[in-house]
Every structure is written in structure tokens, then in C-alpha cells.
Ligand binder design. Structure first.
Ligand SMILES: NC(=O)C1=CN([C@@H]2O[C@H](COP(=O)(O)OP(=O)(O)OC[C@H]3O[C@@H](n4cnc5c(N)ncnc54)[C@H](O)[C@@H]3O)[C@@H](O)[C@H]2O)C=CC1
Ligand SMILES: O=C(CO)COP(=O)(O)O
Length: 336
């Protein structure tokens, strides 16, 4: 019999834990690394993650450790599930511990502030590994639904299709259906920008602007995501797939989305400080709206919705004024 595939998941938050369950259900031996020893201890003793997925029983082949070297040892797949803005610092510590030949897998949906790098670029920069050994998992994958083993499709992207296929097999379960894709740029941008559009839709929902507004924001949001993607060399068709439209629809429809909920609170009139105070988990769009806009400006791409989200979230613009401004932009053909 073949040895089981070994996976280390760095980050014991909602998605790291839920994706660890998927890998375990697909037959992998999974070690979760957590930075807080008390949470690690609780995971191992209760077989649940009480802080992030309370009440969900973990498969027997998942265990946790606070020792990064122990987690990394012998891992075929090293999965990274920390906030996008801390990845660089975290990975610098973990790089000397990585198992030789391991495939680095990003679950993160963000763009780094300052460098405007996608997560796979940060991984390549810090760990100095070939892009063919860096993969991305993305798509409409709200952690709580996956942890409840509700059905979902996903995308496993890697420039080396054979690596993508290996990872696809390692995480394929009766409820989790991963498709491969070699367009890493498009898949990552789809995930990062949908969080920004999720904020915009949440703001509109909080203001009670209705479903026509939501449909319009999703569609124009996808249009500006695609414009950015094409400028960065992505395949435009990626954005009508799971990493683009699929994730955008899930995020913009669901109260489980942290970005959507964050926006809803702002749209209802909460201040940024109040909204941050009630948000326990990572809402990547709050920071990544600025880095996405930075990336767009570096490439001369117009992203009016992203610009509007930045102005509301970081520059104190009132949502009502922002809506008026968006609606009074100059008239233009749809495909531009
Ligand atoms: N939750 C979800 O439904 C999904 C999340 N994602 C993405 O996965 C990534 C991780 O998100 P979640 O697990 O949901 O976030 P989370 O907020 O639930 O968990 C974040 C994890 O990172 C750890 N962490 C926080 N700051 C850290 C630091 N300075 N150093 C090391 N570890 C630190 C936390 O302790 C926690 O274990 C994000 O980029 C998110 O966009 C992607 C798909 C689904
Ligand atoms: O990426 C996600 C679903 O695919 C999760 O969205 P939030 O980060 O907004 O919760």
C-alpha cells in the first residue's frame, strides 16, 4: 500500500482548518500549525477547533502542533493559510524548515500592501522556490459550508499542470470538487478582487439599495477584475470560472462572508472602528482594496469600484456620496 500523502497546514483559522479537513477526508495525513499553544491543545484534546469552527468534529487524521518544524517535516504539500499581510514575515521563519521538494499551496486571497504582489509572488520571493512548485486553491469556498461538508467546486492552479493534478487528487472528496487551471495570475486576482467587490456589495446591501444594485456591482466588479487580469497577462476566461464569477457570487450572496458582512455594517452606518471591533476574523478586502488599487494604477487600469471602496473604507467618504458619484460617471459603452 502507498504511504498516505502528508500535508502541513500553516494557520489554524477557519479556512486552514476546514481545508485541512478536506485533505484528511481525501486520505492525507494532516498536521495543522497554530501559533497559540492553547488553541493547539484544545484542537488535539477536543478534536474540534473551538475558536474558529466550533461544534465541527475533526477527522482522526488531523492533528495540531505549535512547533513549525514538526509541522513542516516530510510534508508533500505545505499549505499556507495566514492573513495575506503577515505571510511574508511568517514564511521567512518557516522557509528553513520546509521539506525538500514540498509543494507550497496558497489558500490566501489578498495582495500585499507596499509591494502589490500576489501571494504566489510573495512565496516565490521569500522561499526562493520555482513557480512550478507553488499552487493556489481558490473558488467559492466559504469555510463554514465546507466544514459542514456541503458540496462545492474549487480551482487548483499551478503553472505545472502535473503538480495541479497531484494536488487535485490530494483534496478531492465527495463534497469538494477541485478543477485544475494553469492560470495562476487570473485565479489569484479573482480571489483577491472579489473580496473588494464583496465589500462594495455589502455596503450596498447595508444601505438597502436592492438586488438590481447588487447585480450591477457584481457584473461591473467582474469587468474591472478582468481588465486588471488581462493587463497582468491572465486569461480573461478565468474570470467567468470558479475563481472569478463563482467566488464573487458566493461572497456577495452570503452572510457567512466576512468581507460582505464588513461592508454591510459600514453601509448600515457603523464607523470603520466599530466595524473592525465586531470583526473577529480576517476580512482581506479591507487591506487589499488599497493594494489592488495600487496594482491597477501601476498598470494603468481603471477600477472605479475598487477606488470607491478605498475612499469609503480608508478615506471616510460617505457611502451615499460615493453612490451618487458612481452613478454620475460619464456614459460609455459596456465593454470598456
Ligand atoms: N474563511 C473562508 O471562508 C476562506 C478564507 N480564505 C482565505 O484564507 C486566508 C485565511 O483566512 P481564514 O482562515 O478565513 O482567516 P482566520 O481569521 O479565520 O484565520 C487566520 C489564521 O491566521 C492566524 N494569524 C493571524 N495573524 C497571524 C500572524 N501574525 N502570524 C501567524 N498567524 C497569524 C490566526 O491565528 C488564524 O489561525 C485569507 O486570505 C482568506 O481570504 C479563502 C477561502 C475561504
Ligand atoms: O473566500 C471566501 C469564500 O470563497 C470567504 O470569503 P470571506 O473572506 O469574505 O469570508
Amino acid at each position: 500500500m502507498n504511504e498516505p500523502v502528508k500535508a502541513a497546514v500553516f494557520g489554524t483559522g477557519s479556512w486552514g482548518t476546514a481545508f485541512g479537513m478536506v485533505l484528511a477526508d481525501a486520505g492525507c495525513d494532516v498536521v495543522l500549525w497554530g501559533r497559540r499553544p492553547e488553541l493547539v491543545e484544545a484542537v488535539n484534546s477536543t478534536r474540534t477547533n473551538p475558536d474558529y469552527l466550533p461544534g465541527v468534529e475533526l477527522p482522526r487524521n488531523v492533528r495540531a502542533t505549535a512547533d513549525a518544524a514538526e509541522a513542516a517535516r516530510g510534508a508533500d504539500f505545505t499549505v499556507l493559510a495566514v492573513p495575506s499581510q503577515t505571510l511574508r514575515g511568517n514564511l521567512a521563519e518557516w522557509t528553513p524548515l520546509l521539506a525538500p521538494g514540498t509543494v507550497l499551496v496558497s489558500l490566501m486571497k489578498g495582495v500585499e500592501l507596499g509591494s502589490a504582489m500576489r501571494m504566489s509572488e510573495v512565496i516565490e520571493d521569500v522561499a526562493k522556490v520555482d513557480p512550478d512548485r507553488i499552487a493556489v486553491v481558490t473558488g467559492p469556498n466559504l469555510a463554514r459550508e465546507i466544514a459542514a461538508r456541503m458540496p462545492a467546486a474549487a480551482v487548483v492552479a499551478c503553472t505545472d499542470e502535473a503538480v495541479a493534478r497531484r494536488l487535485q487528487t490530494a483534496c478531492h472528496t465527495p463534497y469538494f470538487r477541485p478543477y485544475t487551471n494553469t492560470d495562476v495570475v487570473g485565479c489569484e486576482l479573482g480571489g483577491a478582487v472579489k473580496n473588494v467587490i464583496g465589500l462594495a456589495v455589502g455596503i450596498a446591501d447595508g444601505m438597502g439599495l436592492g438586488d438590481n444594485a447588487k447585480g450591477s456591482l457584481i457584473t461591473r466588479g467582474l469587468a474591472e477584475t478582468t481588465r486588471l487580469g488581462v493587463a497582468l497577462g491572465a486569461d480573461p476566461l478565468t474570470f467567468s470560472g470558479l475563481a472569478g464569477l463563482g467566488d464573487l457570487v458566493a461572497t456577495c450572496s452570503s452572510p457567512l462572508s466576512r468581507n460582505h458582512t464588513f461592508g454591510t455594517n459600514l453601509g448600515k452606518g457603523m464607523t470603520l472602528e466599530e466595524t473592525i471591533a465586531v470583526t473577529r476574523q480576517t476580512a482581506e478586502g479591507v487591506k487589499s482594496c488599497e493594494s489592488v488599487l495600487d496594482l491597477a494604477r501601476r498598470h494603468g487600469v481603471d477600477m472605479p469600484l475598487t477606488e470607491t471602496v478605498v475612499s469609503i473604507v480608508h478615506e471616510g467618504k460617505s457611502p451615499a456620496v460615493a453612490v451618487k458619484e458612481l452613478m454620475s460617471r460619464s456614459a460609455k459603452p459596456e465593454r470598456r
